[in-house]
Ligand binder design. Structure first.
Ligand code: UT7
Length: 351
């Protein structure tokens, strides 16, 4: 039997490393609060002009090199992002052009923090159906466009003016969300290979009922025009989040999905060698680990260094786990995620 296998992985980050202390120059927050509540210590933001497709291209180049695959061998692109360069078109076609790929099909996936898992499922289906032979799966985000400040130079420590008292109060209004996110991308090169190794299966879910617990209220066609000056003035272009509610959903739904998938596959949860979950909050992942009864050596987290990078978290964590020697041939890897929509689920991979 042929399964979807990972031939190579690659990552890219925004150009600027920003530590929690630097964010405290912009708003009422502290390194202590951010670390305690989320585990995040630092994140990367892009330089002006770098867009999501650019991070995708950089990660894809690294993944192709890692896989020893040429760009002409790629015959399908699946690009997961909730922060596309443009409202439309999506990033898949932009990456095709910027990377110099042949005029192959390319697809965008809009499942936010579960985008990578949905992208992996679609990629697996395309490969299994013979619609693609060597597929590039990318998850990338530039969240810094959501940030409510303009003094980027000051934040990056290269001059500029600190925010005024009024600006600081405005920025502080959004502090529960802004401190969590970073800009980065991850990419995988996928191909079917004969044998027992590869993607074993998925358990994915959606429930749109409580979508307002994490969404962007404006810049959408539920209103006319789809963006107004009032939206920008009142911050309706910045995600709104009921953090407590999302936290609760994440700590129940992710272990549930992993358990269900393991049951369906006749695998015991204790057989999982490595849990690579979406990196939204270290406290969420600690609770998921506890619920599943997994020891520390079976879990890989890196939110401390990147923050939440939405569709990029899982490919980045997988890449780092591979490079650290934590994913060897035969390692049973469980993925899990939950995000805006709400969408959530799990996947299993025999590396
Ligand atoms: O990928 C999916 C996306 N999102 C998530 O998964 C998010 C899930 N939720 C969370 O991660 C947490 O709910 C947060 C990290 C967002 C917030 O942590 P929390 O423990 O739920 O804090 P809270 O929102 O209940 O706020 C506690 C206090 C409040 O002050 P008062 O009312 O107690 O005086 C906030 O105003 O902390 C305050 N606060 C902050 N203080 C300093 C909120 N954000 C900050 C901040 N710095 N950045």
């Amino acid at each position: 039997m042929a399964r979807t296998c990972i031939l190579g992985t690659g990552i890219a980050t925004g150009e600027h490393l920003v530590k929690n202390e630097q964010l405290a120059k912009m708003m009422d927050t502290s390194d202590e609060w951010i670390r305690e509540r989320s585990g995040v210590e630092q994140r990367y933001y892009v330089e002006t002009g770098t867009a999501t497709s650019d991070l995708g291209v950089r990660a894809a180049k690294a993944a192709l090199e890692d896989a020893g695959v040429t760009k002409d061998e790629i015959d399908y692109v699946v690009f997961a992002t909730m922060t596309p360069d443009y409202y439309f078109p999506g990033c898949g076609g932009l990456l095709q052009h910027k990377l110099g790929l042949r005029t192959i099909p390319s697809l965008d996936i809009r499942q936010q923090c579960t985008g990578f898992l949905y992208g992996l499922q679609v990629s697996d289906a395309l490969l299994q159906a013979g619609q693609a032979r060597t597929l590039l799966l990318v998850g990338a985000e530039v969240h810094s466009g959501f940030m409510p400040w303009t003094s980027w130079d000051y934040l990056f420590g290269r001059g500029g003016e600190p925010p005024s008292a009024a600006e600081r109060a405005w920025i502080t209004r959004f502090r529960d969300r802004t401190v969590l996110f970073g800009d980065a991308g991850g990419a995988l090169v996928l191909r079917l290979q004969e044998g027992d190794r590869g993607v074993l299966g998925f358990k994915l879910y959606s429930d749109g009922e409580s979508f307002r617990d994490l969404y962007v209220p404006s810049v959408g066609f539920a209103q006319r025009p789809y963006v107004t000056p009032e939206d920008l003035g009142s911050g309706r272009h910045i995600p709104e989040m009921n953090g407590r509610s999302v936290f609760k959903m994440a700590v129940t739904r992710m272990p549930e999905a992993i358990r269900e998938l393991c049951k369906e596959k006749g695998i015991s949860v204790s057989e999982i060698d490595l849990l690579v979950a979406h990196q939204a909050n270290l406290r969420i992942n600690e609770a998921v680990q506890k619920a599943l009864g997994l020891p520390d050596e079976k879990v890989f987290n890196n939110i401390q260094r990147y923050g939440n990078t939405t569709a990029a978290t899982i490919p980045i964590a997988l890449h780092e786990a591979r490079k650290a020697g934590r994913v060897k041939p035969g390692t049973l890897v469980a993925f899990a995620g939950l995000g805006s929509g709400f969408h959530w689920g799990a996947a299993l991979l025999r590396a």
